[in-house]
Write a protein that binds this ligand. Sequence first.
Ligand SMILES: Nc1nc2c(c(=O)[nH]1)N[C@H]1C(S)=C(S)[C@@H](COP(=O)(O)O)O[C@H]1N2
Ligand SMILES: [Mo]
Length: 495
Amino acid sequence: MTGVGGAVIDAVPPAVKDWAVAVFGTADKLALLVGMGLAIAALAALAGLLEWRRRFAGLAVIGIFGVVGLVAVLGRAQVTGNAIALPPLAAATGILVLRWLMSRLRDWSTSAAAGERPAAAAAPAASPIAGGAAEPDDGPDRRRFLQALGGGAVVATVGGALAAGLRGAAAGVSEIRSKLALPSSASPASPVPAGAELTLDGMDPLVTPNRDFYRIDTALTVPAVDPDTWVLRVTGMVEREIELDFATLLAKPMTERHVTIACVSNEVGGDLIGNALWLGWPVRELLAMAGPTSGADMVLSRSKDGWTAGTPLEVLTDDRDALIAVGMNGEPLPLEHGFPVRLVVPGLYGYVSATKWLTELKVTRFADDVGYWTPRGWSERGPIKTSSRIDVPRAGRAVRAGAVAFGGVAWAQHTGISKVELRVNRGDWQTVELAPGISRDTWYQWQLSLPLTPGQYEIQVRATDLNGVPQVEERSQVAPDGATGFHTIRVDVTP
Ligand SMILES: Nc1nc2c(c(=O)[nH]1)N[C@H]1C(S)=C(S)[C@@H](COP(=O)(O)O)O[C@H]1N2
Ligand SMILES: [Mo]
């Protein structure tokens, strides 16, 4: 058992950590919560069975789970006092409850057994509270065991009610959101150029619908922020601190821009990237009102849930229209995308710029402050790397010989794309048809038809930015500052 326990401790934390990194980040938090609930129920059943067969075995399982939970929290989730305290607390509670249940169960079964045998054999072994041997089927021990079960149910119900309360708050904010009318834009987005969206089957839409937009954050439950009580504070190295409420923000002259945002954790060929039409007030206007003092070079933006991002001051004050955004594709921000207010900064990965549920802009210095991810193995600065992706045909999909259509996207936010090329089986690069981008801050679609005979092919894509710099060929991991390498797919061409 000790050996198994040791192996579990050795093997599980890295696996669970990877799993947590993969899952906490991406979309389906409901699936995650349900999955965790099921996993915990299964674990509780396992712990109960083990403990019944051997004292302390089940308790050890719960203890290990507590340690694993703590490691996962420290490794990935938003680390607040609560988050750190939760796994050990849950484990401790679990251990106490299990010990209590087990002692009741043992007493009960002892006394039940005593009822079937000659009383003399069992009575001395029974504990003082096993005095009910005379009525084996309905003795006080069994009653206590049932009471304990009932207690467990009460605890579970209270937990459920708390969770429901959180959901209730979100429902209230959803209601407010659905009634909210956004102001129109004083500076409308440039129209989408004709031909920017290719008609090739299987391409992602040029503008990503909100429901399909990737979601990344450390929040297990979406923060419910009421716009009526929301304020944005500008603090730190400024001549004047500012407090901005939602009504005042909405009354400012709004700017609307298409911007493609991307996650630093996006693998080559990955889908943690999306393009939306954002409505907001340029951050530089607010910062100009506050008046950054000399020496400041960073803005630490803070979320309602404590998460932070460190963005170069320069990027927020130049002409790129970094936005204090309230709208996404013509609607108020969806709750999971930062309602009521978030930052959108062209050209930077989300972890250093795209703060959702925004509450504070602290003007500071890189030397004095760090964003959430920087001490966790991610770079202090995070400009988006030039990259490209093949979406058609889908990787591994068989296609018919003849003219085979290829298509995808390429991006180099705030620089723009000048050229995209494909190569087959590491042959010469062939220039594709590049659709006009909406702006330098968005992705571009591309397509190319290649005559292919039956066989297996390796297809690679490469983009070059508007400064003539091609994307990096050498493969690198997403950490610490974004993946590099050419997206490569294998295509089976059938007769
Ligand atoms: N409050 C908060 N904002 C956040 C994050 C977070 O964890 N918490 N994650 C950032 C990261 S890493 C990315 S890639 C973008 C993703 O924005 P989206 O979920 O709207 O696509 O949000 C950023 N803003
Ligand atoms: Mo991200």
